[in-house]
Design a protein around this ligand. Structure first.
Ligand code: HSE
Length: 425
């Protein structure tokens, strides 16, 4: 392609991912970055060959430029939402890595893009460098996907892996991760599961071809996972991971959630460590597959952004309706299941008095709530005359487990419920 025929790209954001995109595309024969919006024009940047004359601190200069494709890499709801809409009105196709925007206002944006016959691609928004959006939309399009289980947040997977390997507490590992720059100064978005919830909302919408509303996604972070739980889980043949999951029940209702989970050491996800992400899914006719790889970082995420840019570039001018399979036209909203109505297996860690009848009391409370036990372990008595008791249940209703937990808290035999973590089925 001749130089003057290159597809024009406008970038909004030149942080970690934006820099990776710039570096990857700077000598591209197909595309040319013509305008880049940055927060601070005076910030020193170590990007070889960067032409400062294309920088602006007004992102509207990008959406009002003559770019063919606008790439939004600033994250958050506003001004990203308005910038994307303005860019679409101005005739641009969109590439974005904005998982929060897609989860909260994706439906509106996709409808708007469709009305203007523009595409929005977002491979980088979910699982960074792992190609998962494009495969679900294209080569897996013939599948009925019923189950997705994924590790979609590198920060929390790093923390849980370090807690496991170093037998360290959550607080100590978080501090170390912050010092090393693996966790943000305010880690809430990652450790409380918001980031993973945004990602599974979009992933489940694609997998089930029905809109999932973020408010119907159950979310629980990793802040209450203890080193003792890691150890107990290991003894019982599990690892603890923050799992983002989406299941479709027999009545086609979606159960979409993010919470810590005891994952069997025999499963692939148990072996996805540190910042690596992975997505496992079950579909028909494919069966089970897992894709794993880097879920964040400059070049892995740039790989997804650049792939989207080049997919659009290759099609521009070839048809009036480009990339039909990559569009999001899900108009039906999925019926969802409340967590209280789900069935799970549970790991419980209770601290009990060293008293005659403790195990009997635990058994009685479980029996009274229709909860059958799969295992119950007590390893001796502590110096303070209390005992930690670990329980794994068989499948039971969340509603019944919540009732049992209240009764444990009131029981004269039990000092405290240390942990309740759901177990992979
Ligand atoms: N904060 C995310 C993570 C990376 O820790 O995986 C960007 O999505």
């Amino acid at each position: 392609m001749e130089n003057n025929k290159k597809i024009k790209i406008g970038l909004i954001g030149l942080g970690t991912v934006g820099s990776g995109v710039y570096k990857t595309l700077k000598d591209s024969p197909e595309v040319e970055i013509i305008k880049i919006a940055v927060k601070n024009l005076n910030k020193p940047r170590n990007i070889e060959g960067l032409d400062n004359s294309i920088l602006t601190d007004n992102p509207y200069d990008v959406v009002n430029s003559d770019a063919d494709i606008v790439v939004e890499l600033i994250g958050g709801l506003e001004p990203a939402f308005d910038l994307i809409k303005t860019a679409i009105v101005n005739g641009k196709h969109i590439v974005t890595a904005n998982k929060e925007l897609l989860a909260k206002r994706g439906e509106e944006l996709f409808l708007f893009a469709e009305e203007h016959n523009k595409v929005i691609l977002y491979e980088a928004a979910i699982a960074g460098g792992i190609p998962i959006i494009m495969p679900i939309k294209t080569i897996l399009a013939g599948n009925k996907i019923r189950r997705v289980e994924a590790i979609l947040n590198g920060t929390t997977n790093y923390i849980l892996t370090k807690m496991d390997v170093d037998k360290a507490s959550y607080a100590d590992v978080l501090k170390e991760a912050q010092e090393l720059g693996y966790a943000e100064a305010d880690p809430t978005g990652d450790v409380e599961g918001f980031d993973a919830a945004y990602k599974i909302t979009t992933l489940a919408t694609l997998a089930f071809r029905k809109r999932i509303k973020i408010e119907n996604v159950y979310r629980e972070g990793i802040t209450r996972v203890r080193a003792e739980d890691m150890e107990a889980a290991n003894d019982l043949g599990y690892k603890i991971k923050l799992i983002a999951s989406a299941y479709l029940d027999d009545e086609n209702r979606a159960d979409v959630r993010v919470h810590p989970m005891l994952v069997s050491k025999k499963s692939t996800l148990a072996h996805i460590d540190y910042v690596t992400n992975a997505v496992s899914l079950d579909g028909h006719p494919i069966g089970s597959i897992t894709l794993s790889g880097p879920g964040a970082g400059e070049f892995p995420t740039a790989s997804s952004v650049v792939g989207d840019i080049l997919s659009i570039s290759a099609e521009l001018g070839t048809s009036d309706y480009i990339l039909p399979m990559m569009r999001c036209n899900h108009h039906d909203t999925a019926q969802t299941v409340d967590i209280l109505d789900t069935e799970n297996k549970y790991y419980l860690s209770l601290n009990a008095k060293n008293k005659l009848g403790v195990i009997g009391n635990i058994g009685k409370i479980c029996e009274g709530n229709g909860i059958s036990l799969s295992s119950i372990v007590q390893r001796g008595v502590r110096d303070n005359n209390t005992a930690d008791i670990t329980v794994i249940t068989e499948l039971c209703k969340e509603k019944d487990m919540q009732k049992a937990l209240s009764q444990f808290k009131e029981s004269e035999y039990i000092n405290s419920v240390n942990s309740m973590i759901r177990v992979q089925i």
